[in-house]
Design a protein around this ligand. Structure first.
Ligand code: NAD
Ligand code: UD1
Length: 340
């Protein structure tokens, strides 16, 4: 297929480029590089022997999107482009609504004008809000809620795509709800490159391990979970990338709007992840226990049955592989893509 991949220079996008090349697809990336480096695509070339075409531009820039779609006929879009930091979205809600919602409106409008109706969307487990423990593992029909402007942008876009699919049978939307993507490509060449001090657990851990940060604080040890620390469904980014390839293989056969969880179906606690990481590096990871982080759910993991049944996809890599690969990337690139 000829693919338009928005946000393809980012963390999940670059890994998906590798998986999509392996499946024989052609790729054009549209990315404004607001949270990524073109170096990521150079690295994709080192892994795959070919590089996606990069168009540096914004999904909300109608003239840019139109020129791109006038020039090339795509079979499908994978839409990663978006801002994704929950805390930042609370401080800058307008920027999140504008970038994620207004940008996607422009993109979708130009796609329909150009007859490109296969659309794979990066949604998130954040649309389940703070899940009721009675609903675990989370099925796609669990109640939805937004707890932050970021979450609201995902939920709102999902709602809009459901309505658009109902109104126009030409649309084929796949809403892929990612759980907690971590890890890196096994080559160590591409991985997560967060600017500043990371908020998410795995990049924080790897930066402690590499000596950029002093110690990890585990937020809370009094949750109603087996070891008292929060439980999440960590998924290796390469499994996630392969989930996109599986979705592309089915999107043309699935009209309407289909929400699918991409997770392993297994919960892992923060303490267990730290232990896996220590095993991967063979060294203790400096950490201490602190207060709960406000707003954190005690536990959240996926029911991954629908992905298996509909896409024939299951996550294959375990927590040890996630930690080993995250560590390899971080140690080969201690300053992200800036040096390494
Ligand atoms: P990322 O920041 O690494 O990648 C996003 C990419 O989109 C970046 O390259 C950025 O430069 C680009 N971008 C942002 N706004 C743009 C715009 N207006 N026009 C063009 N390009 C733009 O993030 P990621 O972790 O790879 O996430 C990709 C998608 O998956 C996002 O939509 C995110 O919300 C979603 N998601 C991520 C996670 C996660 O934990 N990483 C979890 C669930 C969902
Ligand atoms: C976060 C986002 C969520 C997004 C998901 C995808 C928030 C509030 N939510 O979820 O919208 O879909 O990423 O990756 O940001 N932890 C520590 N110490 C740290 C950092 C984290 O103990 O320094 C713990 C947290 O309390 C949590 C777990 O690690 O229990 C995972 O945290 P994080 O990586 O931030 O992901 P989520 O909060 O699950």
């Amino acid at each position: 297929m000829k693919l338009l991949v928005t946000g393809g220079a980012g963390y999940i996008g670059s890994h998906t480029c590798v998986a999509a090349f392996a499946a024989g697809h052609e790729i054009t990336v549209l990315d404004n590089l607001c949270n990524s480096s073109p170096e990521a695509l150079e690295r994709v070339e080192r892994i795959c022997g070919k590089k996606p075409r990069l168009v540096v531009g914004d999904i909300g820039d109608r003239a840019c999107v139109r020129a791109l779609l006038d020039a090339e006929k795509f079979d499908a879009t994978i839409h990663f482009a978006g801002l994704k930091a929950v805390g930042e979205s609370v401080e800058k809600p307008w920027e999140y609504y504008e970038n994620n919602i207004a940008g996607t409106l422009v993109l979708l409008d130009e796609l329909r004008r150009h007859g490109v109706f296969n659309f794979v969307f990066s949604s998130s487990a954040t649309v389940y809000g703070n899940p009721d423990p009675a609903n675990l593992p989370l099925r796609e029909d669990a109640p939805l809620a937004a707890l932050s402007p970021y979450g609201a942008t995902k939920l709102w876009l999902e709602e809009m795509m459901r309505a658009m699919a109902k109104a126009d049978p030409r649309w084929h939307f796949m809403l892929l709800r990612y759980f907690n993507p971590v890890g890196a490509h096994e080559s160590g060449l591409i991985g997560e490159d967060p600017g500043g001090i990371p908020n998410n657990l795995m990049p924080y851990i790897t930066q402690v391990a590499v000596g950029r940060l002093k110690e990890l604080t585990i937020f809370g040890r009094d949750y109603p979970t087996p070891d008292g620390t929060c439980v999440r469904d960590y998924i290796h980014v390469c499994d996630l990338a392969e989930g996109h390839v599986a979705a592309l293989a089915k999107v043309a056969d699935l009209p309407g709007c289909t929400a699918i969880n991409l997770g392993t179906g297994c919960g892992t606690s923060v303490a267990q992840l730290v232990a896996s990481f220590e095993k991967a590096t063979g060294r203790p990871l400096p950490h201490r226990y602190g207060e709960r982080r406000p707003g954190d759910a005690a536990a959240c993991w996926a029911d991954a049955t629908k992905a298996r049944e509909l896409l024939g996809w299951v996550a294959k890599r375990d927590c040890d592989a996630m930690c080993r690969d995250a560590w390899r990337y971080q140690s080969m690139n201690p300053d992200g893509y800036r040096r390494g």
